[in-house]
Every structure is written in structure tokens, then in C-alpha cells.
Design a protein around this ligand. Structure first.
Ligand SMILES: [Fe+2]
Ligand SMILES: [Fe+2]
Length: 167
């Protein structure tokens, strides 16, 4: 019985670490969304909003698992939101956030496997796959922005004009 309790504690700690990462990412992307929307970069602002909501959905999934295992949820962000204003700096940081999250989830999944908790292990694997999609999209945005520069930003602004004309 003692072993089972210890196994769950390992998972609960890993899940709470993940919750705190997801909260920090979600807040960071909402911040980017607000800055990008204010700057008139319509399409990418909308994408940031979508990812922020996806991270919040991850919080919910992780939190449900924590409660199921008998733990309590720590909703404090693992780090404060950075007030970045430049598009390149925002994408650059988004890429770093996703890379770091993926690396943590791979390691968490391995630790859950060692602790014999295959359901939490699979949850971390599924989450890592979703974070890889975010990473891929953020990398593409960053690359397009570096390649097309002002043209990329101009196209985002045209998107904004299109969107407000429909309102
Ligand atoms: Fe996430
Ligand atoms: Fe993500």
C-alpha cells in the first residue's frame, strides 16, 4: 500500500509542475494575443488566443487527474509573464516555452513509467504531442517573419482590415 501512495505522489508532483507551466504559458500567450491584436496583426493574434485556450484546457485535464489521484491543484504560474513587445521577441520566447515544456513532459512521462503510473505517462505523451504542434506553428511564424519581414507584418495588417470590415 505504501508503494502505491508513493507512486501517486510522484505523479501528483509532476502533474502540478505541469499545471504551473501551462498556467504560465496560457497567461503569456494571452499577453502576446493582446499586444499583437493592438498592433493590428490579426491572424497571428487570433492564433495566440487559440493556443492560450488550448493551454488552459491542458490545465483542466491535468487538474482532473491530480484530484483523481487524491492530490490538490497548485494554480500558481511557474514564472511571471514577460512583457515583450517586439514580434520577433514574442515568437522567440513562445518557441523557447514550447521547447522547454516538451522536454519536461518527456521527462515526466519517463518518471511516471518508472513509478508504474501508465495513465499519467500517456497523458504526458499526448500533451507533448500537442505542444509539438504549437512549437511547429510558432517556428513557422518566426521563420516567415524573418524571411518576409515587413511583407509578413503588412499581410497581418491586411487581415486586420478584412476582419474589421466584416464587423
Ligand atoms: Fe499545454
Ligand atoms: Fe503549448
Amino acid at each position: 500500500m505504501e508503494d502505491i501512495v508513493n507512486n501517486y505522489q510522484t505523479s501528483i508532483d509532476l502533474l502540478n509542475d505541469a499545471v504551473r507551466r501551462e498556467i504560465a504559458s496560457s497567461m503569456q500567450y494571452i499577453y502576446f494575443h493582446i499586444r499583437m491584436e493592438d498592433a493590428g496583426y490579426e491572424y497571428v493574434a487570433r492564433y495566440m488566443h487559440k493556443v492560450a485556450i488550448e493551454e488552459m484546457r491542458h490545465v483542466e485535464m491535468l487538474a482532473e487527474r491530480i484530484l483523481f489521484l487524491g492530490g490538490d491543484v497548485d494554480l500558481n504560474p511557474i514564472e511571471p509573464t514577460r512583457q515583450l513587445h517586439e514580434m520577433e521577441a514574442m515568437f522567440d520566447f513562445a518557441v523557447k516555452l514550447e521547447e522547454s515544456t516538451i522536454s519536461h513532459y518527456n521527462s515526466a512521462s519517463a518518471q511516471c513509467a518508472s513509478a508504474g503510473d501508465s495513465v499519467t505517462q500517456r497523458m504526458f505523451q499526448d500533451l507533448a504531442a500537442e505542444e509539438e504542434e504549437h512549437l511547429d506553428n510558432f517556428r513557422n511564424e518566426l521563420q516567415n517573419m524573418m524571411e518576409y519581414g515587413q511583407l509578413y507584418l503588412a499581410m497581418q495588417s491586411v487581415g486586420h482590415s478584412k476582419a474589421i470590415s466584416k464587423k
